[in-house]
Design a protein around this ligand. Structure first.
Ligand SMILES: [Zn+2]
Length: 401
């Protein structure tokens, strides 16, 4: 029997009612709603996985600075559902949501109205978890099994803090030497299979000068004026990159200076100036090399001493930032999802957990209902029609009989 749209909507709503705001996005409204972070929903999912017949359920605490400082639990949760074959596929859904402090709608009521489920996380990305739970429930009632063995993952720390849950999942899979055939990362993609997006690095550059009275500038060394040279050099690097013919649909790599800070008063030569500079990485580039090049540009262009630091937490292997994620759109999973959703494969302008999964599975795809443009807004909802379409896509993928 096909799973009902009501059951899909109810299950998504139930997940919305469990607050799971990323600890870096906390605020008074989130704090008043219950424990901060992903722990409550991870424990709920572990219980649900057991009820639904998972043969293995794991709560896997992800170590990070936030849990070290505050004692907030941040577990990934894994549920394994044995299929008719031992071909292993993974659905990875991040359990954290962005902030609710700017919402004009009740963030956690999970109300069902106007053909939609409303609340923070409904779209990004509890819809995918809710539909998978509803399907597993239906399959259990009908005594059917999926063809592949399915690992359902709820991962922490996607919205902020550097994809720590995804990095930990990668390690966990490595520790067990699991061979993953297909890995589907859930995000709002309008049910179009995404087969690539850019990676990135971000650094902070600080120019160190000497303060002096601005009436006697020659007694000092002006850090802001020196930084102007650095910014000009990054602009030149951006223009150079636009002349490199792109290898894929992802287009060219780009460099942007996005924050600047410096100076202490109108009559003081500034002793320090800081900027944030980031580069979006395309296939063929290596994140560590891009990182090194950005640092070299700062040192070579500044007339004053410079220090640089990465703004992204290093990956377990020490990599700063992320390579791009890209596979040609020719795989089975891309084809099955596009056919059943009636959409076309495409690439995305935004990054996802897929940045941590390069080479981890034979096929890697990002896929889910709704538009990313509607995520992180003052209201959030997902259309129940899209949940039903997603259920049909998962069925086409997992072929339960
Ligand atoms: Zn998301």
């Amino acid at each position: 029997m096909a799973v009902s749209s009501e059951r899909c909507a109810d299950t998504v709503a139930e997940l919305v009612r469990i607050p799971s705001v990323n600890p870096l996005h906390r605020g008074p409204i989130a704090d008043a709603a219950g424990p901060i972070g992903e722990a409550a929903i991870a424990h709920h999912l572990a219980d649900r996985f057991r009820d639904l017949g998972a043969d293995e359920v794991v709560l896997d605490e992800v170590a990070d600075d936030i849990s070290d400082d505050t004692g907030v639990e941040r577990p990934n949760v894994y549920g394994r559902f044995v299929g008719r074959t031992d071909r292993l596929v993974v659905l990875d859904v991040h359990t954290d949501t962005v902030t609710v402090e700017h919402m004009t709608d009740p963030p956690f009521d999970g109300r069902i109205a106007d053909g939609r489920v409303w609340g923070r996380g409904a779209l990004d990305t509890k819809a995918s978890l809710g539909v998978m739970l509803a399907l597993l429930e239906q399959w259990r009632a009908d005594a059917v099994e999926p063809e592949p063995t399915l690992l359902v993952v709820g991962s922490v720390s996607e919205e902020a803090g550097g994809l720590l849950g995804a990095a930990r999942l990668r390690q966990w899979i490595g520790e067990r030497s699991l061979e993953i055939d297909q890995l589907l990362v859930a995000e709002p993609t309008r049910l179009a299979p995404i087969h690539g997006h850019k990676g990135g690095v971000a650094i902070e550059v600080t120019v160190h000068g000497t303060a002096a009275h601005s009436a006697l500038p020659d007694l000092g060394a002006n850090a802001i004026e020196a930084m102007a040279h650095v910014i000009t050099a990054y602009e030149a690097e951006h223009r150079r990159l636009q002349t490199v013919p792109p290898e894929t649909e992802l287009g060219t790599s780009t460099v942007s200076v996005t924050t600047i800070d410096g100076g202490t008063g109108g009559n003081v030569i500034p002793a320090e100036c800081r900027i944030t500079v980031g580069q979006r990485i395309v296939p063929g580039q290596v994140a560590n090399e891009v990182h090194e090049r950005l640092i070299r540009i700062a040192h070579e262009s500044s007339p004053l001493p410079v220090t640089c630091r990465s703004l992204l937490p290093p990956q377990p292997d020490g990599t700063h930032g992320s390579d791009a994620f890209y596979q040609p759109p020719t795989g089975d999973l891309v084809r099955v999802l596009a056919e059943s959703a009636g959409t076309s494969p495409t690439v995305a302008p935004f990054g996802t957990n897929a940045l941590r999964y390069g080479g981890l599975a034979r096929e890697l795809v990002v896929f889910g209902p709704g538009r990313i443009d509607d995520a992180h807004q003052a209201t959030e909802c997902v259309a129940i029609d899209d949940l039903t379409r997603l259920a049909a896509c998962y069925e086409a993928w997992l072929r339960p009989t």
